[in-house]
Design a protein around this ligand. Structure first.
Ligand code: FES
Length: 575
């Protein structure tokens, strides 16, 4: 390819003599750059998931401008590039079908271009993990900036939390407690500004988790999207990423096993989303860190839930930021963290949180008097119904249902359930267990957030607001209920979940971490012999590739051929 090989990646494009260098420099100069930008300036890619189809990320173009200022100030050369954006509210059948596609695209774009480092701009649920997975496979110096939460929702004196309010008031409307018109009126007040869901849903969880991993600047995860400090922090991030090139602070130096352990503990302390499990497993797989589902239960057992935010508590991200944000949480559980771990700030966790102070201990409670006791976050369940595991968020569940044996009502699809959910003759009681199949990674396809099946109207009318629900699906981080998720192996590949029939008895015992289908092995073997896989979802394109290669939930649902880093070696030149 080139006459010489240079140490910094971008020099192998821009320092070349002859026609190669001419082509690389000449075309960029049509943007009006002075010739000296190609000399001695690290090239910083700014990967943005801005899109008008993803309103949660609709302000990332402005964030990108702030990063560019910082990069220029520090002597770098910033170049913004778009990646696919995954808008949680608009995309069908589910954004999770495309997380790995975003990761694959980001990986290839980062590797194929003359970049020395990359800043990842993300927000809505799948965009932080998708970008980080892709970047992890290339392993350049990498810094993430999440877009921040929306302002709090307000309606007639009530606080509306993203998602959480929808689930709650939809059930109230179905039970006749509020009118359709009132429900409609809430629309205009629940998303008041740019930004992501302002509950501790998946977007806020992943923002906090990436800060805990050390790939976001400390204190930045919770800054509201429209707060001026989001932009000034982004400018500082632009300056910092240039230094990271000079320090050769690659992503693999930050994303160590210790960093993942910190993130798991922080996820427990914030009462974070179950989705963080799938995403952290996938990111770890890309960077070559060994992590498994049991780590999430084992490492979180001693961690109390400190953050009193919806859906588990009552406040929202704005109050969380005002109370001091994530550094306060990390300071409270400092004794449980690997505080020598280096982060993108260039400092250790210990240095990052040294000055953290809590300004409202009802929002971020002290570890000595926590919002919920240790082990109230996410648990991993195993047993004959989920030999490879299932997960449950206790902080969002009903304590009286954590040990429960009941009779299953089984559904092959969410559509089958919705067809009877409002039927007054639906044969269901508060003790029944709703079982949903074929909603895992391969089954739907794409692992949708349908695990929190709406309560049957018949029970809502009786004043019952929760019951045990089990599926191979995921659940929105904004949702709540006694909901067992991510059952693995999933029904679509013939896991025992596929064999459940209405009337079977299921035993849930959270303290024992057990979930068992109380049906004899002999009967299960007979059913297994009769079981047939679902017809193929598609014989073309991405869906075909995805279904053929997606891994099970307990492995992170990445594509099997994308696990592991492939590095940042400069690709061959074809000019
Ligand atoms: Fe985009 Fe919740 S829908 S962050």
């Amino acid at each position: 390819m080139s006459e010489e090989v240079f140490a910094r990646r971008s020099e192998n494009w821009f320092r070349l003599k002859g026609k190669h260098g001419f082509i690389y420099r000449e075309r960029l100069r049509n943007q009006g750059y002075a010739p000296d930008v190609f000399v001695d300036k690290p090239v910083i890619g700014i990967a943005t998931t801005w899109s008008e189809l993803n309103p949660c990320n609709g302000h990332l173009d402005r964030v990108a401008e702030a990063v560019k200022i910082g990069v220029w100030e520090a002597g770098g050369f910033p170049l913004v590039f778009p990646t696919m954006s995954l808008g949680e509210t608009l995309m069908r059948p589910t954004t999770m079908l495309y997380r790995n596609l975003l990761a694959m695209e980001a990986e290839e774009l980062i590797r194929a271009n003359p970049l020395d480092a990359v800043v990842l701009l993300a927000g809505c649920d799948k965009t932080p993990p998708g970008l980080l997975m892709g970047a992890a496979s290339v392993d350049l110096p990498t810094l993430m900036i999440t877009g921040g939460p929306m302002l709090n929702g307000r309606y007639q004196g009530k606080t509306l939390g993203s998602g959480t309010a929808i689930w709650k008031y939809n059930d109230e409307m179905r039970a006749g407690k509020i009118t359709q018109e009132e429900f409609f009126n809430m629309e205009s007040c629940s998303a008041r500004s740019n930004g992501s869901c302002m509950t501790m849903g998946t977007a806020s969880t992943m923002a906090c988790v990436t800060e805990a991993l050390g790939v976001q600047l400390p204190g930045s995860a919770a800054i509201p999207a429209v707060d001026a400090r989001r932009y000034s922090t982004s400018q500082l991030a632009g300056r910092r990423i240039v230094q990271m090139v000079h320090e050769d602070q690659k992503l693999s130096k930050v994303l160590t096993r210790e960093a993942f352990e910190n993130a798991i503990k922080v996820n427990a302390a914030i009462g974070g989303s179950t989705n963080a499990i799938v995403h952290l497993l996938a990111i770890a797989g890309r960077i070559g860190v060994t992590l498994d589902l049991d780590d999430f239960d084992r490492l979180a057992r001693d961690v109390p839930v400190l953050v009193n935010l919806m859906p588990s508590g009552k406040y929202l991200m704005e109050e969380f930021f005002d109370a001091g944000g994530l550094p306060v949480v990390m300071k409270e559980i400092e004794h449980l963290l690997h505080t020598d771990q280096i982060t993108v700030s260039g400092k250790t966790v210990k240095e990052n949180i040294a000055d953290a102070k809590c300004w409202n201990d009802d929002v971020i409670t002290p570890a000595s008097n926590p919002f919920q006791k240790a082990g109230s976050g996410i648990v991993v369940l195993k047993g004959s119904l989920a030999p490879d595991g299932a997960v449950m968020k206790i902080s969002a569940a009903s304590p009286e249902l954590l040990v429960h044996t009941g009779s299953a009502i089984a559904f092959d699809s969410i559509q089958d359930y919705m067809a009877v959910a409002d039927d007054p003759d639906f044969d269901v009681t508060a003790d029944s267990i709703l079982v949903l199949k074929n909603s895992g990674p391969k089954g739907y396809p794409g692992f949708p957030e349908v695990g929190n099946l709406p309560m049957p109207k018949k029970l809502l009318d009786q004043g019952v607001t929760d019951m045990v629900r089990i599926s191979d699906a995921r659940m929105s981080g904004t949702a709540f209920g006694t909901v067992v998720l991510h059952v693995s192996p999933e029904a679509a590949i013939g896991g025992n979940l596929a064999l459940v029939q209405t009337g079977d008895v299921i035993e849930l015992n959270v303290p024992e971490r057990a979930i068992n289908l109380l049906v004899s092995e002999e009967v299960l073997n007979e059913r297994r012999a009769q079981w047939k896989p679902l017809p193929a979802h598609s014989d073309r394109g991405w869906v075909k590739l995805y279904v053929e290669h997606v891994q099970q939930a307990h492995l992170g649902a990445d594509l099997d051929f994308l696990v592991g880093a492939s590095g940042s070696e400069v690709p061959k030149d074809s000019h």
